[in-house]
Write a protein that binds this ligand. Structure first.
Ligand SMILES: C[S@@+](CC[C@H](N)C(=O)[O-])C[C@H]1O[C@@H](n2cnc3c(N)ncnc32)[C@H](O)[C@@H]1O
Length: 341
């Protein structure tokens, strides 16, 4: 029997849709919520290297027995926890959620849990176009614990996914690099390791320094503000490279125009601007990772957005630099390098 014979009225739509796939997408929040909850209540840290029964877990965490058993059951279903008789233990993937694991993703889970709650406000962001959280400078100053964990998560994300920058940027040996809004110094650290003789200085708000000292103490740090002329650097100071990594998506077009102009003004003759960014195609639907990242920028930052190669190229040319074609790595983040003649 065809769809039409079944009285569907629109055979094309009925034959194309897969309700199971849609429902499965819709309910995938449960996995994120259980992992976020586990990290928030401290379960992976408790069980790491130390399996326990339910009473031992609730006594240590101060949690409710029924709620905790429900959490554990879900985590077993999602492959994070195993149960052997009365004992619960982490699986190898579950162990990655413990802070002490050498390849821990706990900070990333905390960051995503923060966004999980924010994404529930997406309808408001869609209706109004307005950010649904406090500005970053406010968070860094008034909620440093959460903001520092956020910077630690970015450093962990760079460890997992940021290894492509040195190849994409293709820096020559030697030279001095200023990493504007460099946070924990993650990308500078990768570049210094890959490029002989490169010296990197991270410029960021003063509140970011503690995380840089903790994660990459080998790097130099200067306090500076992207909103200030020359980001607060003195007249006459020149850099061989200025890196702007994951900054443009936090700002509206006019601010980016200014940021790139200030960055260009810091370059020595022959110096290069390196933009490492989630660049979206002209149709604004690909790469897929960038398309799904765009809503997060709208919800997180006033004027946050993802930009095309042409838009970034226009700001670069207006600043008097010559952009090379975009270098796209295997991940969603790409490099646009531009030279000062
Ligand atoms: C999305 S993070 C990018 C961090 C790093 N560049 C990376 O690629 O992982 C944005 C960075 O910009 C910094 N930032 C935000 N506002 C700033 C400002 N007004 N002046 C200087 N840095 C700022 C933040 O502290 C944070 O380190």
């Amino acid at each position: 029997m065809s769809d039409d014979q079944a009285g569907s009225g629109n055979s094309k739509l009925h034959s194309a849709g897969d309700p199971y796939a849609v429902v499965s997408k819709f309910t995938s929040y449960q996995e994120s919520a259980l992992i976020g909850t586990a990290v928030e209540v401290g379960l992976p840290n408790l069980l790491y290297g130390s399996p326990k029964d339910l009473d031992g877990i609730t006594a240590a965490l101060g949690t409710d027995s029924r709620g905790t058993l429900a959490l554990l059951s879900g985590l077993v279903a999602f492959g994070m926890v195993e149960r052997e008789n009365e004992t619960f233990m982490l699986t190898p993937n579950g162990e990655l959620l413990a802070d002490e694991h050498p390849s821990s993703v706990a900070m990333i889970a905390r960051k995503e849990w923060f966004f999980y709650k924010l994404w529930a406000k997406m309808p408001e962001a869609v209706r109004t176009g307005e950010t649904q959280t406090r500005a970053w400078a406010d968070r860094l100053e008034n909620d440093p614990e959460q903001a520092h964990d956020f910077l630690r998560a970015l450093d962990d994300l760079c460890r997992l996914y940021g290894g492509d920058l040195p190849d994409l940027a293709g820096l020559e040996s030697g030279g001095r690099l200023l990493d504007v809004g460099g946070g924990a110094g993650s990308h500078s650290a990768n570049l210094v390791e890959a490029v002989d003789g490169l010296q990197a200085t991270v410029l960021d708000l003063p509140g970011a320094e503690a995380v840089l000292r903790e994660r990459h103490p080998e790097l130099a740090f200067v306090a500076g503000d992207i909103n200030d002329p020359r980001f607060g650097r003195p007249e006459g100071e020149e850099w061989d490279y200025v890196l702007i990594s994951n900054i443009l998506h936090d700002h509206p077009a006019e601010e980016n125009r200014r940021i790139i102009k200030e960055a260009a003004g810091l370059l020595a003759p022959g110096g290069s601007l390196i933009v490492y960014e989630w660049v979206i195609d002209e149709g604004r639907t690909s790469p897929a990772g960038v398309a799904s990242f765009t809503p997060m920028m709208v919800i997180e930052n006033a004027g946050g957005w993802t930009w095309t190669e042409a838009e970034i190229g226009e700001w670069i040319e207006e600043a008097g630099l010559t952009p090379r074609p975009l270098s796209q790595g295997p991940g969603p983040i790409a490099v646009i390098r531009a030279e000062r003649s």
